[in-house]
Design a protein around this ligand. Structure first.
Ligand code: MG
Length: 261
């Protein structure tokens, strides 16, 4: 199933994209912090008498997480381009939920930095609260997948020992446009374009730690709430954005996340 959040008739909705590429809203906007997303009967909750066309809505962020857990250096070739040693365990950091923006919203260029980079990534959406999950059970806690741009002030990342400042400016986490609950996360093409030029072109099969290993590892540190996001790292080809640029990240079976700076 493909889920989307949007504004129509001055109200926020969660909806399901049906076979005709038309959106049917759910009776409630469930995709807020800490709803058990895997325990909702969506067939019952969807209002099939109400249809919205894409041209009549504004897409907004597909989920409101309590936290975004990010993985650094999870593609071998990206580690090589940053000249960083490859990790033997996932390297983690957090982005605050206040960084999130939706489809076609603008990324700020803060005055504190002189280099703002894009990082195209596959994002996992947690489906129910979990802790201490083994790899073989990870699948049972995943609701679906979306696209995330882990925007980074690269100069500040190099300068600060901690990455918090470089990763946490408001608008530094474009997310969306939709959540797909049915796909194989281990073999998806992922591509980033800036002003139409291809900058990143890879496949999620090239991850060092796959999505199930990441969920298990993180859950042994912290409780993951329903709706939380795991950003699974970026492939090689990261680079800077200039004011006015448009960045588009495309992941197979999800779509294209588009933002300008
Ligand atoms: Mg990243």
């Amino acid at each position: 199933m493909k889920f989307i959040r949007f504004i129509a008739e001055n109200k926020e909705h969660t909806g399901i994209i049906n076979k005709n590429n038309v959106i049917n809203p759910l009776n409630q906007d469930y995709f807020k912090y800490d709803t058990d997303l895997l325990n909702i009967d969506y067939e019952k909750e969807v209002n099939k008498n109400k249809n919205y066309n894409f041209k009549d809505i504004k897409i907004i962020e597909p989920i409101k997480p309590s936290k975004i857990v990010c993985v650094g250096l999870n593609y071998i070739e990206h580690g090589e381009e940053l000249e960083m040693e490859l990790p033997d365990e996932p390297k983690l950091f957090l982005k605050p939920s206040t960084t999130i923006i939706g489809q076609e919203e603008k990324i700020d260029y803060p005055s504190m930095t002189k280099q703002v980079d894009y990082e195209g990534e596959l994002a996992i959406i947690i489906g129910k609260k979990c802790k201490d999950i083994e790899v073989e059970n990870s699948k049972d806690y995943i609701f679906g997948y979306t696209i995330l741009n882990d925007v980074t002030a690269r100069d500040l990342q190099s300068k600060d020992e901690q990455w918090t400042r470089a990763k946490s400016f408001d608008t530094f986490c474009p997310l969306g446009p939709l959540i797909n609950t049915k796909l194989n996360p281990k073999n998806l093409n992922i591509k980033t374009e800036v002003n139409g030029l291809i900058k990143q072109d890879s496949n999620t099969s090239k991850m060092i730690f796959d999505v199930y290993e990441l969920l298990s590892f993180i859950s042994k540190i912290m409780t993951l709430n329903s709706g939380d996001i795991i950003a699974t790292g970026t492939p090689k080809g990261v680079g800077p954005l200039s004011i006015g640029d448009t960045v588009e990240i495309t992941i197979e079976d999800i779509g294209t996340l588009k933002n300008s700076i």
